[in-house]
Design a protein around this ligand. Structure first.
Ligand code: FMN
Length: 220
C-alpha cells in the first residue's frame, strides 16, 4: 500500500511522494539547484555540523519552543521561507501553505513569484502571520503597489531579496525544456499593468550603483 500523507514521518517522505506524483519537470524545479548543485549540497551538509545537546537531570515536563519574532509570538522559531510557484506542486497553492503556517502558529513568507494573490492568501489564512518577499523591480510603481497591497491584506513585514541578480543556470530545467502551465500566473503578473512586466523584471544588480539603496527606498 502506498504511503499517505497522514503517515509521513519526516520531510524526506514528502520528497519521495513528490518524486512519484509530480511531473518530472516540476519535481526538478523544486529539488534541483543551479550549476553543479554545490550550494544546495553545502546548505544541506552544513546542518550536519550541528548537534542537539540533550538536557538531563532537570525538569522537562513542560517543554516550550515558543518565542517572539518582531515582537509577536510564534509557536516555534521556524517559518516558511519564500518559494515560487506553489501551484506547480498542488492546485491549492500558496493559500494552503499559508493556512498550514497559520495552524502551526508560525510565519509564512509569500514569494513575489507567487501563483496566488494577496487577497487569496489572506482569505484562507486571515489570522496567520504573513510577510512578503520582495524584489525591487525596475518599475518602482509596481514595487510600491505590491507593498501597498501586501499591507492592505494584513502582511506585516517585507523580506528583501538582494541576491537574485541573474537567473541561475538550472541544468535540469534546460534539459526538460521547462515551461509554466497556463494556470500558473505569478503575483507580479497579476499586477494591473501586465504589459510592463517584461521590462520590470530587472533586479538590483542592473541598477547603476548610485541608485542601489534598497533599504532607503523601502523606508521612503
Ligand atoms: C524551489 C525554490 C523556489 C524559491 N523561490 C524563491 C523566491 O521566489 N524568492 C526568494 O526570495 N527565495 C526563493 N527561494 C530561496 C529560499 O527562500 C531559501 O532562501 C533557499 O532555498 C535557501 O534555504 P534552504 O537552504 O533552507 O533551502 C526558493 C528556493 C527554492 C528551493
Amino acid at each position: 500500500m502506498s504511503k499517505s500523507v497522514t503517515n509521513f514521518a519526516c520531510v524526506n517522505d514528502y520528497e519521495d511522494y513528490a518524486r512519484k506524483h509530480l511531473p518530472n519537470m516540476y519535481f526538478d524545479y523544486f529539488f534541483d539547484g543551479a550549476g553543479q548543485g554545490k550550494t544546495l549540497e553545502w546548505n544541506k551538509t552544513g546542518f550536519n555540523k550541528y548537534r542537539i545537546r540533550p538536557k538531563y537531570m532537570r525538569p522537562v515536563t513542560n517543554r516550550n519552543l515558543s518565542t517572539t519574532i518582531l515582537g509577536k509570538p510564534v509557536a516555534f522559531p521556524i517559518g516558511i521561507s519564500p518559494t515560487a510557484y506553489h501551484k506547480l506542486a498542488h492546485k491549492d497553492g500558496e493559500p494552503a501553505t499559508a493556512k498550514a503556517a497559520q495552524d502551526l502558529e508560525t510565519i509564512f513568507i509569500l514569494s513575489s513569484h507567487s501563483n496566488s494573490t494577496f487577497e487569496e492568501v489572506s482569505k484562507v489564512a486571515p489570522h496567520g502571520r504573513k510577510w512578503l518577499q520582495l524584489y525591487i523591480f525596475q518599475s518602482r510603481e509596481m514595487t510600491k503597489d505590491l507593498v501597498k497591497l501586501a499591507e492592505e491584506n494584513g502582511f506585516e513585514a517585507l523580506v528583501l531579496t538582494v541576491d537574485f541578480t541573474l537567473f541561475g543556470i538550472r541544468r535540469h530545467l534546460i534539459r526538460t525544456e521547462f515551461i509554466m502551465p497556463p494556470y500558473s500566473k505569478r503575483l507580479d503578473c497579476l499586477w494591473k499593468k501586465k504589459a510592463q512586466l517584461l521590462t520590470s523584471l530587472a533586479f538590483l544588480s542592473r541598477y547603476p550603483s548610485e541608485q542601489v539603496k534598497p533599504i532607503e527606498y523601502i523606508h521612503a
